[in-house]
Design a protein around this ligand. Structure first.
Ligand SMILES: NC(=O)c1ccc[n+]([C@@H]2O[C@H](COP(=O)([O-])OP(=O)(O)OC[C@H]3O[C@@H](n4cnc5c(N)ncnc54)[C@H](O)[C@@H]3O)[C@@H](O)[C@H]2O)c1
Ligand SMILES: O=C(O)[C@H](O)COP(=O)(O)O
Length: 391
């Protein structure tokens, strides 16, 4: 039977094409979907039907998904790391330029000259007024990058090519990300060091409980006068009251962000974009393709790539069929599962078991399909969260 994929945002067609119609039904409304494919749609735990086996986020941030509730229910949440990083990097480049030059005010000024029909008079007005839109160059200025993952590392490289000094902070930098990073990026040991030493600070870290309000009054106070803060990560990382206070007292020249809020709209010292960091054809295709491929591999083979709450685990298919079992990460569960298979005289052809935090996940290839009774027995074992028989 075709698997049912519920889409909760518009997903690029190139991604949806990875889910062939003979095996997948895709719709924006389903009562009992097998999986959910979404972008920034805010998903509540109660919105996830019992039938859902997996959730795929075509994008980086998963703070719109109740990941802890999914983990408890044994539902992997996939994302597409790096697939939209270049799009965000390019918008940050635009943000830096908008923060350093009088582009927006200058363009607005020119738009207001529509009524002048005489070219000479127009030219005279432009030349007389252009001093109002003077800016500064980025070359030689310091950019502080907070979060040096897929996006932060590209932003750091981009800033180096613009002749900026780059200082970076990431207390949880992965080994892969460290390899990607230019040796010209100076390491900051503390967040306050980044804020104190930068003309521009750009945020590229996830919204987590631990990063909510991370950009605090204290950090903003440490910034040099005339500095700019760029936020293309998430709104909640910046303490909005502290931000408004910093802008009011002139401690921050500009806030440039992808996340408008009522209190920020209309301020001259704030440049807001409508969450378009990943809104390019290329990024939308990349994210949707990655998310759809990972989802399909999970639904058809139980393999896990780029889940934010499950261990990474891939096993070549062997045997007649496969069991995918999620359980609490405690001893003896796997042994009990194997004992049930042994009772049925079913041979294990290959298997892989991995854990991540409180979860363990197993792929077990067997030479014969188990009975419905034995599957129910496995499901009933203490600590087993779910058991899936994949033909
Ligand atoms: N504006 C947009 O449209 C848009 C697009 C893509 C991503 N994003 C946001 O950007 C975030 C980063 O995306 P990414 O693809 O670079 O993710 P990533 O996982 O590759 O990188 C995030 C980095 O942040 C680091 N980090 C975590 N906590 C930190 C902390 N307290 N201080 C400093 N660094 C910390 C991690 O170690 C990691 O290296 C996403 O989580 C998402 O919220 C926004
Ligand atoms: O986290 C992300 O990938 C971005 O915020 C993009 O969100 P979007 O897919 O809704 O544009």
């Amino acid at each position: 039977m075709a698997k049912r994929i519920l889409t909760l945002n518009q997903i690029s067609v190139r991604g949806l094409e990875r889910l062939p119609r003979e095996r997948y039904e895709i719709a924006s409304e389903f009562t009992n979907p097998d999986a959910i494919l979404l972008r920034s749609h805010k998903l509540g735990a109660a919105d996830i039907a019992d039938s859902v086996l997996a959730i795929a986020r075509a994008g980086a941030g998963t703070n719109n998904i109740p990941v802890d509730a999914c983990t408890q229910r044994g539902i992997p949440v996939f994302n597409s790391p790096g697939a939209n990083a270049n799009a965000v990097k390019e918008l940050v480049a635009a943000g830096l330029l908008l923060g350093s030059r009088g582009i927006i005010d200058g363009v607005d000024y020119v738009a207001g000259l529509r009524g002048i029909s005489d070219a000479a008079a127009l030219n005279q007005a432009l030349e007389a007024n252009k001093k109002r839109f003077k800016g500064n160059e980025l070359q030689g200025k310091t950019l502080g990058v907070v979060g040096l993952g897929a996006i932060g590392s590209l932003v750091a490289d981009m800033a180096l090519t613009l002749g900026m000094d780059v200082i970076g902070y990431d207390p949880a930098l992965s080994v892969d990300a460290a390899w990607r990073l230019s040796s010209q990026v100076r390491k900051a040991d503390t967040l306050s060091m980044v804020f104190a030493r930068s003309d521009y600070v750009t945020l590229h870290l996830p919204a987590l409980e631990s990063t909510r309000g991370l950009v605090s009054a204290e950090l903003l106070q440490a910034m040099p006068a005339d500095s700019c803060l760029l936020n293309f990560a998430r709104q909640e990382i910046v303490d909005e009251d502290a931000l408004l206070a910093a802008l009011e007292r002139g401690g921050l020249r500009k806030y440039i962000a992808d996340f408008p809020s009522p209190a920020l709209i209309g301020r001259k010292d704030v440049i807001l974009m409508p969450h378009i960091g990943a809104s390019t054809d290329e990024a939308e295709d990349n994210c949707a393709i990655m998310a759809a491929d990972q989802l399909r591999d999970f639904l058809e083979n139980g393999n896990i790539r780029n889940a934010v709450n499950f261990p990474t685990l891939q096993l070549e298919r062997a045997g007649t069929c496969r069991l995918a079992i999620t359980n609490s990460n405690v001893p003896r569960i796997l042994g009990s599962v194997l004992a049930i298979l042994a009772e049925l005289d079913i041979n294990v052809v290959d298997m892989l078991n991995k854990s991540r935090d409180e979860l363990a996940y197993n792929l077990i290839d067997i030479d014969r399909a188990p009975t419905a009774d034995s599957l129910a027995k496995m499901q009933a074992l203490d600590g087993v969260i779910n058991v899936r028989h994949i033909a």
